[in-house]
Design a protein around this ligand. Structure first.
Ligand code: SAM
Length: 255
């Protein structure tokens, strides 16, 4: 029986698995971190291609099945652990993340990896379709989610995946997203903490413009917007990452 509270919707499509592996561009020398191997649908092809697969599974009931299934693979390392409790800074090697993640902690998983001091080279994930659309800002509207991914890497939707490709069938459709070029190079003129402080304030009330959302914390916001050439009536969702970079840099340096 699948455990709903652990987001267990097992993938049953070889094509989708192939699309994920292709997007991740798995090489023989790669070390892959898999979140929630489940019954090993993605783990098996990953093990046949990569040097090593480090898998984190929270459900103790799945551990014996996985151990038995992949007993012959020297490159299989299984942790019975909540992924959010694992500190990747201890991992020496470069790694890629490939996973059909539990949707109830999508945002937390993405943040856990991207904000880590030892970030992955890339992330290839199955996520809820609407979440994928929001991450890439498909409708042209940015959000805390889209900006907090784009500040670290380049997200791209690889393919839409219908709910019929999972068992049990979830109530939502999914999509494969790939995040490449992951780094912290954006944080040259301000810190990660400063970035997130401003972003959270800016998006606090969706209907308010950026000035009204931010002015309590940053009373000089209007002069900053004038300086960087942004209309004070603009809403946060209509500003791109580079606009925010200019605004944040000025907010902290001109105070
Ligand atoms: N990879 C399998 C597949 O594609 O068929 C299973 C994917 S299923 C959507 C998500 C998996 O993540 C489940 O096996 C679930 O037990 C596991 N899981 C849920 N929460 C987790 C957590 N916090 N840390 C690690 N694994 C977790």
């Amino acid at each position: 029986m699948a455990k709903k509270h652990l987001g267990q919707n097992f993938l049953k499509s070889k094509q989708v698995i192939h699309a994920m592996i292709h997007a991740a561009d798995i090489q023989e020398s790669d070390i892959v971190v898999e979140v929630g191997p489940g019954k090993g649908a993605i783990t098996a092809p990953l093990l046949s291609l990569a040097q090593k697969v480090v898998a984190f599974e929270k459900d103790a009931d799945l551990i014996p099945l996985l151990q038995e299934k992949f007993a012959d693979y020297a490159g299989f390392e299984l942790h019975e652990q909540d992924i959010l409790e694992f500190d990747f800074s201890g991992l020496k090697d470069a790694y890629k993340v490939v996973a059909n993640i539990p949707y109830y902690i999508t945002g937390a998983i993405i943040r856990h990896f991207l904000e880590s001091s030892h970030q992955p080279k890339s992330m290839t994930l199955l996520v809820q379709k609407e979440v994928a659309d929001r991450i890439v800002a498909r409708d042209g509207k940015e959000s805390i989610l889209s900006l907090s991914v784009k500040v670290y890497g380049v997200p791209k939707i690889i393919t839409k995946v219908g709910r019929e490709y999972f068992s049990p069938k979830p109530d939502v459709d999914s999509a494969v997203i790939h995040i490449s070029d992951i780094s912290k190079s954006f944080f040259k003129n301000f810190t990660e903490e400063q970035f997130f402080t401003v972003i959270k304030q800016a998006f606090q009330f969706k209907r308010k413009n950026i000035v009204n959302n931010i002015k309590k914390e940053f009373p000089h916001i209007e002069s900053v917007l004038e300086y960087v050439g942004v209309d004070p009536k603009t809403r946060a969702e209509d500003l791109g990452l580079d606009d925010f970079a200019q605004i944040i840099q000025s907010l902290y340096n001109d105070s």
